[in-house]
Write a new protein. Structure first.
Length: 258
């Protein structure tokens, strides 16, 4: 009879969870990905005949104004701009959370630390995409998505239940967004970048779910992880933006994203 090794189950400590989040939040900082702009003065369209640009970004439309309204675009840079819009939303949400009246009294010490860590992560993500797109877009003054405005309606930022429920919705949607956008990228470097960030967003989602329902399997619930494949849910940009539209008040379009 083979020896059976018994593994003692240990509940992750508050400190361990913090280390987990801190490490995961910094994964994109050292990617070494250099995004450089091109010299083509074409604000709207990449011709399939332009081999260099097509190979670099894929064919289709650059981000920029179309009929007076900003459009996210439809090539690789359009996908990154789409991600930048979502990171702006998450960064703004957590900024309001950690600065709200009652944050230090209505939330547990663990809540405060996790939410503060997520705030720092999302600001890093937002600024990373802003810098990356500023370097990659041929004409960033016209093609970089502007700072968006947001409205959270009747959300009470002093309410633990409301904040965590909204955080759960945003993080779950963020994971599904990156999973759905991966197939739209043609540049392998951008795909690696998206893979790094979605792994961070998945950790965020798990952490929030654990705060809401500790010591449960909700951190990888069947509503977000397919129980047969073990894969996270994925959504197309049109599905994700329909959800995000409830918070984003700045008008823009996504005419060239599915």
């Amino acid at each position: 009879m083979k020896n059976v090794v018994k593994i003692k189950e240990v509940e992750p400590s508050f400190t361990d969870r913090r280390k987990f989040l801190k490490i995961s939040g910094l994964t994109i900082v050292g990617t070494g990905l250099l995004l450089t702009g091109c010299n083509k003065d074409d604000d709207l369209f990449i011709s399939p005949n332009d081999v260099n640009l097509t190979a670099k970004y894929g064919g289709g439309h650059f981000p920029g104004l179309k009929d007076g309204i900003f459009d996210l675009g439809g090539n690789d840079l359009g996908v990154l701009t789409y991600a930048y819009a979502l990171e702006q939303l998450e960064a703004d949400f957590y900024t309001k959370v950690v600065n709200a009246t009652g944050f230090t009294t209505n939330f547990t010490a663990e809540d405060q630390q996790v939410l503060t860590d997520l705030y720092y992560h999302e600001v890093i993500h937002r600024e990373f995409f802003k810098a990356a797109l500023s370097g990659a877009l041929p004409n960033p003054k016209k093609q970089l998505l502007p700072n968006l405005a947001f409205d959270y309606g009747s959300l009470d930022f002093s309410s633990r239940n409301q904040v965590l429920a909204t955080a759960k919705a945003l993080e779950d949607t963020g994971v599904a967004a990156y999973n759905g956008a991966g197939r739209l990228l043609s540049n392998p470097d951008y795909l690696v970048l998206a893979g790094k960030i979605v792994s961070v967003e998945a950790r965020h989602a798990s952490a929030i779910r654990s705060l809401i329902n500790p010591n449960s399997d909700d951190f990888a619930g069947d509503d977000v992880v397919d129980p047969t494949t073990g894969l996270d849910v994925k959504k197309n940009p049109s599905e994700v933006l329909a959800i995000a539209d409830g918070f984003i008040t700045t008008p823009f379009t996504a005419l060239y994203l599915p």
